[in-house]
Design a binder for this molecule. Structure first.
Ligand SMILES: [Zn+2]
Length: 86
């Protein structure tokens, strides 16, 4: 199984941020717009580990990358709030 660990972390972090602080639209379209902007700005981190290990790895990397992920998600949420497509 090939997986972008950065994508997993970014999705999870977006969920947290949305419940904590995001005041814009939280529909799937907007979530995907936010993820696309943030993930294009973050370096992908591919891993070929099995699913169980993937989560261990994600936990490990999440602490290292969280500051960057939160920064890019905050930037992306700002753009999507201003340029909502619906
Ligand atoms: Zn929306």
């Amino acid at each position: 199984m090939l997986c972008n660990v950065m994508e997993e972390i970014t999705r999870e972090t977006l969920n947290d941020l949305m419940t904590e602080s995001y005041i814009g639209c939280t529909c799937e379209l907007c979530q995907h717009d936010i993820l696309a902007i943030a993930l294009n700005r973050l370096p992908p981190q591919y891993s070929s580990t099995p699913t169980g290990e993937l989560y261990v790895k994600a936990r490990l990397f999440a602490s290292q990358w969280r500051v960057d992920v939160v920064r890019e998600l905050t930037y992306a949420m700002g753009i999507v709030t201003k340029t909502r497509r619906h």
